[in-house]
Design a protein around this ligand. Structure first.
Ligand SMILES: [Zn+2]
Length: 536
């Protein structure tokens, strides 16, 4: 059995709020999607967006493995003919062998949005598709608002689909454009299509406004849909499109469809991250299958059960989609958790090892002080290393000073930090300005260290969170700072706690830099051992 995947991340996806790509990004994404075995890639809507024309020009320079690029556009304008319509012209100029034409299925839309007659709309569908067929194109027909249209006037909605197929469309994709349909309504609409046009090749395009896009898409597949349209991570207009990550995982792992194949499926998480990274959008930790927390275990009972048999609290093996099991460390967890956590970092010791006890004690102590490691795994990894006597000091602080200066009521303050550090006996004295004290301190520290450790240049702080902790009787309140850093490849969190916000930030900052250095060494070590294996 096969279902073809039609990716619309580059077209419908870019209609999401705060989500956009340059033509260059789009090419990189298309190559990645081709690489994992996506069948169709919708590159854009050349008639509506000049940037999309650039993508189509550019992608022609690449030899794709198997994906077919589609250009997207509407039926021709009611006031023109197919041959003279600027939208269809732009579609032809995209120079793809495959085009997707969308037309109106819902009487309300024909009358109010398109402002034409029901008969004229049928002509538009027919003429636009026939014209494209004459130009040698393969045509997919997107029946926009099919299910709402079917609800309002079943005969008319079905007639639009009939016209498209008669005109030579290869597949009719039934769209739940407003995303409001229930799976039972999807069933009803599809049953009617199958009854009226037996054996017709059809697909599904679902939006997520009722949080049912994935369920509706899978329902359609169960009823015989041969094409599923969606976007990676479910980005798209309003609440988004159907998330292809969940759809492809379910098709492959639960429903017995070949889909991407098991090897490509293992790259699902990586592709999901790659696209978010290019769009500069934070990932959703709770995203099914590919999210950071999708296989994260926190409760002690859960952890020990998963330890015995992962099936107890996991619906699939996380490795199948390129994700991994995570054991969250908190005061809820015991020695098993510490041991498992250490294993995740590649450090091995047994549950009865005194190091495990020591880490646990230190952990409890730090958590009492207000530290929290669930979002600061890098700090926790450094803590284990320290307890095992493995940590390394990359630099020594001599002193720092931060000044915040506001020169007039309507001017922003300027912060300046000076810092003295020592690296291998060499004293370094640096100053930097910043848009706030922590920013200035971060800049000064990095400026002084980059000379010794050039790998710090590609690292940046991407998130900074401060939380005031409830104070205990007789003490002032403390703050906890969480910093999220990245080097483009990985992302890691570190934590600091103090009565002083600059000090708490400093601790998290130092952990972040130490972690980056430690990670670089670890990666280097891994590369070396691979090389060694090769030469043997
Ligand atoms: Zn859509």
């Amino acid at each position: 059995m096969e279902v073809k995947i039609y990716d619309s991340t580059l077209r419908d996806g870019t209609q999401a709020e705060d989500f956009c790509f340059s033509a260059e990004d789009k090419v990189r994404i298309a190559l990645k999607l081709d690489d994992i075995g996506i069948h169709y890639i919708e590159g854009g809507w050349p008639g509506s967006n000049p940037k999309d024309a650039e993508f189509f020009r550019e992608i022609r320079n690449y030899q794709l493995k198997q994906a077919r690029i589609a250009a997207f556009g509407s039926t021709h304008h009611p006031g023109s003919t197919a041959a003279s319509d600027p939208n269809l012209k732009a579609l032809l100029e995209a120079n793809t062998e495959l085009v997707t034409i969308f037309g109106k299925s819902w009487t309300v839309h024909v009358k109010d949005a398109l402002r034409t007659t029901l008969d004229r709309n049928l002509d538009l569908i027919s003429e636009s598709i026939k014209f494209m067929r004459q130009q040698g194109k393969t045509v997919f027909y997107d029946a926009e608002h099919f299910f709402d249209g079917f609800n309002a006037d079943p005969q008319y909605a079905l007639a639009t689909v009939g016209k498209a197929m008669e005109a030579g469309a290869e597949c009719a994709i039934l769209c739940d454009t407003n995303g409001g349909s229930l799976p039972s309504q999807i069933q009803k609409g599809i049953n009617a299509v199958k009854e009226k046009f037996p054996g017709i090749p059809f697909g599904i395009h679902a939006h997520n406004d009722s949080d049912l896009a994935v369920a509706n898409s899978l329902t359609a597949v169960e009823m015989g849909a041969m094409q599923v349209q969606g976007t990676i991570n479910g980005v798209g207009e309003r609440c988004g499109n159907a998330d292809l990550c969940s759809i492809m995982a379910n098709l492959c792992l639960k429903m017995g469809y070949a889909c991407l194949g098991p090897e490509n499926l293992k790259r699902l998480r990586q592709v999901s991250r790659f696209i978010l990274e290019l769009a500069n959008i934070p990932s959703n930790p709770y995203q099914p299958f590919v999210g950071r927390s999708a296989f994260a275990h926190k409760g002690g009972i859960h952890i020990s059960a998963v330890e015995k048999n992962p099936k107890t609290y996991e619906h699939i093996d996380p490795g199948l989609v390129g994700n991994k099991r995570r054991i969250l460390v908190s005061d809820l967890s015991g020695r098993t958790a510490v041991k498992r956590k250490a294993e995740e970092f590649g450090l091995k010791f047994s549950k009865s090892d005194p190091v495990a006890m020591q880490v646990l004690e230190e952990l409890k102590d730090l958590e009492n002080q207000g530290f929290q490691f669930e979002a600061a795994e890098a700090s926790f990894e450094l803590l284990i290393n320290r307890t095992m006597g493995k940590s390394k000091k990359y630099f020594e602080l001599v002193s720092f000073r931060v000044i915040d200066q506001k020169l007039s009521e309507n001017k922003d303050p300027v912060a300046e930090a000076t810092i003295q550090i020592q690296v291998g006996g060499q004293l370094e004295h640096t100053a930097a300005l910043g848009n706030g004290p922590v920013n200035a301190l971060d800049k000064a520290l990095r400026k002084s260290l980059e000379k010794f450790y050039p790998e710090l240049k590609n690292m940046e702080l991407i998130d900074y969170k401060v939380r005031v902790l409830p104070s205990l009787a007789g003490t002032g309140s403390k703050v906890r700072v969480l910093i999220e850093s990245t080097d483009g490849q990985d992302q890691w969190g570190t934590v600091g706690v103090s009565h002083d916000i600059i000090e708490a930030s400093w601790q998290a900052l130092v952990d972040s830099i130490n972690y980056k250095m430690y990670k670089a060494e670890k990666d280097n070590g891994a590369e070396k051992s691979v090389e060694r294996r090769k030469t043997r």
